[in-house]
Design a protein around this ligand. Structure first.
Ligand code: FMN
Length: 388
């Protein structure tokens, strides 16, 4: 979850196409908006009204540094994601550095509902960064869950959990000075009572939506530690604002169990979506195939090509493209590691080379399908009343 701050030098840091959809609207943002105070009950009503006006999204793309960027969000939205988070942006660098803003935050009008996530430890700097993106998003999200060393050094993410007065002032400053609601993404404490009082403090401070990753700060390895859905249920029951669950989502059956067991209003998925951006349309990777699951007539190479097309339309740094190609085609590369090695040798990438690589992988004759899917797509079309 490291945030990258250097932009020059590495060809992977160059945008993958020259067109850009970024617009810096900081000038247009209201810079002297008066503060306002709402009672707790009104805030909660507003929180629900806002969530419902967005269509009460249940299936969300979690924030992922270098991975939940615009083209990937658009791909996931096409396959059933109902809302998405940007990667974590560093509030101070975002406020100070125009190049960082234009490289790391891009969006388009179809990219909604959108949560823009920042890490921060200074309320004024966070507010300044938030004002720049407020016109383009539906929530300003504060990252209170990053457990990595870089967050310890930078004093943000989960390392603020011991300084709740600071967290409170971050949330209050946004809630009092912005029209766009503030949301937070947290990890749980080892002790349930601590988690509940933390969550209540956030709600009280003006947080309009809380996403809870059901692991503690020390439980970094998701393969070793299962997310604690019972803790998520307790948080949901203790709060009055919408609560989203995060952790242990590998396919739609997990989504349904999670919503049922936790009572939460939606789920966030991160790692599974990287391999399978069609998760929320009901597709699953071969690892989770059960008897009766049929070939979904869609595979990760198809999704890789769709992703590349979106990158041509919505340029992002090549390092993000490279990262997604590795994750999307991991199952295929395990069968043909020589193709992965060739990719690793390319210090400069082009779309022609990548499309050709996918074509060659297919010609090698092994296909790894995604399973299921079609029924879920039909359901989604009926639910949303819109064809894809
Ligand atoms: C590549 C990657 C980058 C991530 N970056 C962020 C981030 O920027 N902000 C954040 O709050 N969480 C970040 N996370 C954590 C995820 O949002 C999520 O909380 C975690 O992976 C658990 O969800 P999962 O079990 O669905 O993977 C990242 C996770 C991954 C795999």
């Amino acid at each position: 979850m490291a945030t990258r701050t250097t932009i020059d030098g590495d060809p992977d840091d160059i945008l993958c196409a020259t067109d850009t959809t970024v617009s810096d609207t900081s000038e247009a943002a209201a810079l002297d908006m008066p503060s306002r105070v709402l009672t707790g009950a009104t805030r909660v009503e507003r929180a629900w009204a806002h969530w419902r006006a967005l269509g009460a999204p249940r299936f969300l793309v979690a924030p992922m540094v270098d991975n939940s960027e615009l083209p990937f969000r658009m791909l996931c939205r096409k396959y059933g994601a109902e809302a998405a988070y940007t990667p974590m942006l560093h509030s101070r660098i975002f406020s100070e550095n125009e190049k960082y803003r234009s490289m790391e935050f891009t969006t388009c009008k179809e990219d909604r509902p959108l949560f823009v996530q920042f890490c921060a430890n200074d309320p004024k700097i966070l507010l300044e960064a938030a004002r720049r993106v407020a016109p383009h998003c539906d929530y300003i999200d504060i990252n209170l869950g990053c457990p990595q060393r870089i967050a310890r050094r930078g004093y943000y993410g989960a390392f603020l959990m011991e300084n709740q007065p600071l967290i409170k002032s971050l949330v209050e400053t946004l809630a009092l000075n912005l029209d766009v609601p503030v949301s937070c993404k947290i990890r749980i404490f080892p002790n349930l009572d601590d988690t509940i009082s933390y969550a209540k403090m956030l709600e009280e401070a003006g947080c309009s939506l809380l996403a809870v990753h059901g692991r503690t700060r020390d439980q970094k390895d998701s393969t070793k530690f299962k997310a604690d859905w019972a803790a998520l249920r307790a948080v949901k029951q203790a709060l009055r604002i919408p609560v989203l669950a995060n952790g242990n989502i590998r396919h739609m059956a997990d989504v349904n169990s999670c919503l049922e067991e936790t009572g939460c209003d939606g789920v966030l998925s991160a790692e599974t979506l990287l391999e399978n951006p069609a998760l929320f349309a009901g597709y699953k990777t071969v690892e989770w195939r059960e008897e009766g699951d049929e070939d979904g007539c869609l595979d990760q190479a198809d999704l890789a090509v769709e992703y590349l097309r979106l990158c041509e339309k919505y340029p992002v740094p090549w390092r993000m493209v490279r990262s997604h190609v590795h994750k999307l085609l991991g199952d295929w590369f395990r069968i043909h590691p020589e193709v992965r090695e060739e990719l690793n040798k390319q210090s400069t990438l082009t779309f022609e080379w990548l499309y050709d690589m996918v074509r060659r992988l297919k010609e090698l004759g092994v296909r790894v399908p995604l399973y299921g899917g079609r029924n879920a797509v039909v359901d989604k079309i009926v639910v949303n009343g819109a064809a894809s």
